[in-house]
Ligand binder design. Structure first.
Ligand code: COA
Length: 370
């Protein structure tokens, strides 16, 4: 019996960074960004938000839809490239925030393919009976590692989170295909801040803690790998490409998605797109796109979906999912938005963090256990 998706949730920060805002920060313009990427705006987490806190809001929604409490989750997998801390895992910080004191918690780091990797992992636990209820969360605060002085990268990335609850069911995750090629790791990375090149005043002065990318090479690799892994996942599912009703691709770049769809011979009307509003949210992009398309009725019970992603590693992955979750009566009301420009200015000069608490809160810990 496959792992069925029985709950979905999404959370994005209310702060919007438009292409016009970026024109004030770097030498770029709305026309270039729109034509080359398809992105019009992206979200930026506020000072009091974080990868785990965005994940918490998405996870709570997903659990509410599934009709379960956090005490029923026995496996939590967090897919992220921007964990709150390098130690402990983001999933443990999410546990803390959710008040989850039982079950296993781990992170999956596979760049923008993180959600597909995490979904594949969780589905194996559920399918085998090793876990009864899995919570899979893709959450990112890429604004924290985006260099808002580098026009080649900062225009692409945004923040947000999506979550799914998995349980054994009659239909669900049918098949997947995962792949990686570490030989191309230099094409997309954050050079400093890890154990090979820890933080020093020099790494900070040289701005080495931000994403660096060779855009053209990543672009080519993305189209080839997403198309090939999609076809492999479809073949493993026992279906034909024509059986796929809807594709939910990682929202990296409109041209990458269009080129992939052409290779798969899928019309763009059968491809879920929300890139224009959120940019590339890495491991969060597929669950955000999925949850929104489901809320709006584009994803419906009875459909067979193809999820496909590509990113840093390089790592890629695709999954074929039979959809069963009934649509909500109406989409959730949109939160009012504000400009993210003051936050980005605070990220640039560091003033955003003045007075901020560095440590996570101590919660739900009985005094005797301290
Ligand atoms: N605004 C204006 N001009 C820009 C710009 C910006 N934001 N960014 C780059 N340019 C310029 C370059 O400097 C270059 O100018 P030059 O020809 O005078 O040197 C020109 O535009 C072309 O640059 P190039 O990097 O070749 O553009 P591109 O067509 O490859 O588009 C990306 C750049 C980043 C949009 C594109 O490569 C891409 O999307 N790559 C994949 C990125 C991705 O999805 N990464 C995440 C994977 S999950």
């Amino acid at each position: 019996m496959p792992a069925e998706i029985v709950g979905l949730g999404v959370a994005v920060p209310p702060y919007v960074l438009t292409n016009a805002d970026l024109e004030e920060l770097v030498d770029t313009n709305d026309q270039w960004i729109t034509e080359r990427t398809g992105i019009k705006e992206r979200r930026v987490a506020g000072k009091d938000d974080s990868t785990a806190l965005l994940g918490k809001r998405a996870a709570e929604q997903a659990m509410q839809v599934a009709g379960i409490g956090v005490d029923e989750v026995d496996l939590l997998i967090m897919a992220t490239a921007t964990p709150d801390y390098t130690l402990p895992s983001a999933s443990c910080i999410l546990q803390l925030e959710l008040g989850m004191i039982r079950g296993a918690a781990m992170d999956v780091i596979a760049g923008c393919s993180g959600f597909v990797y995490a979904l594949a992992t969780a589905s194996q636990f559920v399918d085998s009976g090793a876990a009864t209820t899995a919570l899979v969360v893709g959450s990112e605060t890429l604004s924290r590692i985006s260099d808002y002085t580098d026009r080649g990268t900062c225009i692409l990335f945004g923040d947000g989170a999506g979550a799914a609850v998995l349980r054994k069911g009659d239909a669900g995750v049918r098949a997947f295909s995962l792949g990686a090629d570490g030989a191309r790791s230099r094409l997309l990375m954050t050079p400093a801040g890890g154990s090979r090149f820890p933080a020093t005043s020099r790494t900070v002065a040289e701005r080495r803690h931000y994403i660096v990318m060779e855009g053209r090479e990543v672009f080519k690799g993305a189209v080839t790998a997403m198309a090939a892994s999609s076809l492999e996942a479809i073949e493993r599912s026992g279906l034909a490409p024509t059986d796929i009703d809807l594709v939910v691709p990682h929202q990296a770049n409109q041209r990458i998605i269009e080129a992939t769809a052409r290779r798969l011979k899928v019309p763009m009307s059968d491809v879920v797109m929300n890139l224009a509003r959120y940019g590339n949210t890495s491991a969060a992009s597929i669950p955000i796109a999925l949850a929104e398309a489901w809320e709006q009725g584009q994803v419906r019970p009875g459909q067979t979906l193809l999820l496909t992603a590509f990113g840093a590693g390089l790592a890629w992955g695709s999954a074929v999912v039979d959809w069963t979750l009934p649509n909500p009566a109406e989409p959730a009301a949109e939160e009012p938005t504000q400009s993210a420009l003051p936050i980005v200015r605070g990220l640039l000069d560091g003033s955003l963090w003045e007075g901020a608490d560095m440590l996570p809160p101590l919660r739900n810990v009985p005094e005797a256990a301290l």
